[in-house]
Write a new protein. Structure first.
Length: 373
């Protein structure tokens, strides 16, 4: 969501840059060759290379790049992955790695967390895909892990538009944090698009009204991430799956109050990503193939009734609702457009779900529910 209206602005004291909080070590020894560098996606939700590929050998030990807590260790979309949460909100990931650690285990920098296995896409032999991200997986800010190495000089960017300065710390400056009251009128999609990010809340636009969505729980975010990874490995090249991004439902004329939703996952044509890169604006319902909502406390009626009707009216061909409760019988209910008003029932899966349309897909719900608290 984007804000330039009534904003809460306050002054904060200068603090060390996030790169100061955690300085990492190489996860392979001796220092490996970098086979593929970090390629930051622009915008953040578009495809890119969210990490670096490091040359290695099968069964080579992999080490924790910094001290922290193991938050994931096991298969993810048929790839063995280890993820570590470090102090300050940094997460690092290592794949494909056969783990020798368990979830919840605390590790020190340089501790062995597993061994490298072959099979990473694009590597002729074995190589380690090493990623770094600030914040939760569903809305993470991916960064180049090589820039966080202890051997890399720290460079502080003073402020956007100013030159790099390696000696000065940012001064006290006002920052925008949250909208404190609604704008008092209905918004068009164009007006909504021009608003700035709200750091605290997740907003959507419903018939011109700003609507605050419930904050996702850790289980919700984890389920979204794992489901996204499962879809990535099965979708054809002409489409891409994106988490937590605005989509214009195109239910009204451009000069009328608009409706924009922010589904947990959306599968869109790759050409839509290129259009947004070139033109800006939002993804459009006409570019979407599938939307997925994960039911949260407080969103059940919205996801199952209101959004189901909106997505159908917008002409989005397929809609999935994932229900995390009960965790021992997690379910996915599918809906599809048939030419009639609304959606037709597309079937329900418990523990797993198989689809032939829009593409041949198999969703392992047990793999998701097994990770939830």
């Amino acid at each position: 969501m984007r804000w330039t209206l009534v904003l809460l602005v306050f002054l904060v004291c200068a603090a060390p840059a996030r790169g100061d909080a955690v300085r990492l070590e190489w996860p392979l020894r001796p220092r490996p060759a970098v086979l593929r560098t970090f390629d930051a996606p622009t915008p953040n939700w578009t495809p890119g290379h969210r990490g670096v590929d490091l040359a290695g050998a099968p069964d080579q030990p992999v080490y924790a790049a910094g001290a922290g807590t193991v938050v994931y260790a096991g298969p993810l979309a048929r790839r063995p992955v280890v993820a570590i949460e470090h102090p300050g909100g940094l997460h690092t990931s290592y794949e494909p790695v056969r783990a020798s650690v368990r979830v919840g285990q605390r590790v020190v920098a340089g501790a062995t967390i597993g061994v490298l296995v072959a099979g990473h896409p694009g590597c002729a032999g074995a190589c380690l895909h090493w990623g770094a991200m600030w914040g939760p997986a569903s809305r993470g800010d991916y960064v180049d892990p090589l820039g966080l190495l202890a051997s890399t000089p720290i460079r502080l960017k003073r402020w956007v538009g100013e030159a790099w300065d390696t000696t000065k710390v940012p001064e006290r400056k006002p920052i925008v944090t949250a909208l404190v009251e609604p704008p008092g009128r209905l918004l068009t999609i164009a007006e909504y698009t021009q608003l700035g990010e709200d750091d605290r809340y997740r907003w959507e636009l419903q018939e011109g009204n700003l609507v605050m969505s419930p904050s996702p729980s850790p289980d919700h975010m984890l389920a979204s991430y794992v489901l996204c990874e499962q879809l990535k490995t099965q979708l054809p090249d002409e489409v891409v799956v994106i988490q937590d991004v605005d989509i214009d439902l195109q239910l009204d004329r451009g000069d009328q109050p608009g409706t924009s939703r922010r589904p947990d996952l959306v599968v869109v044509k790759r050409s839509a990503v290129e259009r947004v890169r070139a033109e800006g604006g939002l993804l459009r319902a006409s570019e979407a193939v599938l939307v997925v909502e994960i039911v949260s406390p407080g969103s059940r009626r919205t996801d199952c009734v209101i959004k189901r009707a909106e997505y159908a009216d917008a002409g989005i061909p397929y809609y999935w609702i994932v229900d995390l409760e009960p965790t021992d019988a997690m379910s996915l209910r599918a809906f599809r457009k048939t030419g009639e008003p609304g959606y037709a029932d597309g079937g329900k899966g418990i523990h797993s779900y198989r689809a032939e349309m829009p593409y041949p897909l198999t969703i392992d719900l047990e793999a998701i529910s097994g990770l939830l608290t």
